[in-house]
Ligand binder design. Structure first.
Ligand SMILES: C[S@@+](CC[C@H](N)C(=O)[O-])C[C@H]1O[C@@H](n2cnc3c(N)ncnc32)[C@H](O)[C@@H]1O
Length: 369
């Protein structure tokens, strides 16, 4: 029983020393899981209930209603359009798990763990909770389909691939984009020298967080951001607020089509892992065409082994991609081969700085002549 933490010798008990008993034990049923293991399994099996409770706190605006302090359940029900009895039962279950606090009977507030579920919270997880509770949850309900076919359960559940779905669902696209926006700029980017770059093109640049950082620190540089329309609109808003929009060319379009030429640096941050090798190669081909033999490509991705590995985090992320998209996390060697096959020579691989806590490495590559 791998992973239960049960040492094999423990199953032999007091009679493990005698020959006949030992062979009987070896051929008998496996030892029952220890109480702690059973409790852990139960915790895991019921974790989705709590996760969906957190989703409801975000989706129904309950977390925001409690953000200023504890409120009676009747108030919360009235303001959120929910059934007071049902709401109180859910809040009690969440309180037992420390996700809300029942200050006095029938009066509920957030805890430090659930506080980020409010949209108004600093570095809010509100949109991530909604995305996990809807598209991700529905996809994971079909995990058996993915395991039988190797295909994304998302496509079965929603009848089309993830990004096609987002294209036709503005609300989901907004939530996804906002949830992605919570991902920090990978710290390994600071290992790449951008001081001489005049134009930096962020391909699949999301809501502009990376360009926001890079253009602030490289005052002479200009940016190009290519993404689907909604992400571009969000990036434009962010960079306008930051006073940087005039230094950025915003391009609504697909990275499977021609890309703006002439940048000194092209960045693909958390893009390639969303795609299988064939599609990832199409993106790399477009980048290479745009580079025309000059400049540098920086790929920011978590590597599945070596210095970029962050234990279980990477593995669960890869499972998510398996269910939702046709992509996969890759090892360092797999990225190097992918880049090599698409005409790039790798100049450097920078692992994430230890104390940053970000899993992505930075791979710097140049077009092979
Ligand atoms: C995982 S997000 C990464 C966003 C950003 N680079 C980051 O690291 O936060 C992937 C991005 O690819 C964009 N994307 C997906 N399909 C695309 C396409 N065909 N053309 C351009 N961008 C696309 C999505 O809109 C999204 O912003």
């Amino acid at each position: 029983m791998t992973g239960t933490g049960q040492p094999a010798a423990a199953s032999g008990g007091g009679s493990a020393g005698a020959g006949p008993d030992r062979s009987a034990a070896a051929s008998g049923p496996p030892p029952a899981p220890a109480a702690a293991d059973r409790a852990r399994l139960h915790e895991i099996l019921t974790a989705t209930w709590l996760a969906q409770g957190c989703y409801a706190l975000a989706k129904l605006g309950l977390a925001d209603l409690m953000a200023a302090g504890p409120r009676p359940v009747a108030d919360l029900a009235g303001a959120s359009g929910t059934d007071a009895r049902a709401l109180s039962r859910m809040l009690r279950a969440l309180a037992a798990a420390g996700l809300v606090a029942e200050a006095v009977p029938g009066v509920f507030g957030l805890t430090p763990v659930s506080a980020p579920l409010a949209a108004s919270a600093p570095r809010s997880s509100h949109d991530a909770a909604i995305m996990f509770g809807e598209e991700v949850f529905r996809s994971f309900a079909d995990i058996v389909y993915t395991l039988r076919t190797g295909q994304p359960a998302f496509d079965k559940a929603y009848g089309r691939p993830f990004y096609d779905y987002l294209d036709g669902s503005p609300e989901a696209a907004r939530t996804f984009s906002a949830a992605m926006g919570e991902a920090p700029v990978p710290a390994s980017l600071s290992e790449c020298d951008l001081s001489a770059a005049r134009i930096i093109a962020d391909i699949g640049g999301g809501n502009g967080r990376l360009l926001n950082r890079v253009l602030r620190t490289n005052r002479g540089a200009r940016g190009v951001l290519v993404d689907l329309p909604l992400a571009v609109a969000q990036a434009r808003a962010r960079l306008t607020t930051a006073g940087l929009a005039e230094r950025v060319e915003f391009v609504e379009g697909s990275f499977f089509g021609p890309l703006p030429p002439g940048a000194d640096v092209y960045v693909l941050c958390r893009v390639l892992h969303n795609w299988g090798d064939e599609d990832a190669s199409r993106v790399l081909g477009r980048v290479r065409d745009a580079m025309g033999g000059h400049g540098r490509l920086i790929v920011l991705e978590e590597l599945l082994e070596g210095a970029g590995r962050t234990g279980a985090g990477g593995t669960v992320g890869d499972l998510l991609i398996l269910l939702m998209l046709s992509g996969c996390d890759r090892t360092r060697q797999e990225y190097l081969s992918l880049l090599d096959r698409n005409g790039f020579s790798v100049a450097a691989v920078h692992p994430p700085p230890e104390r940053a806590g970000h899993p992505e490495s930075a791979i710097e590559a140049v077009p092979r002549r």
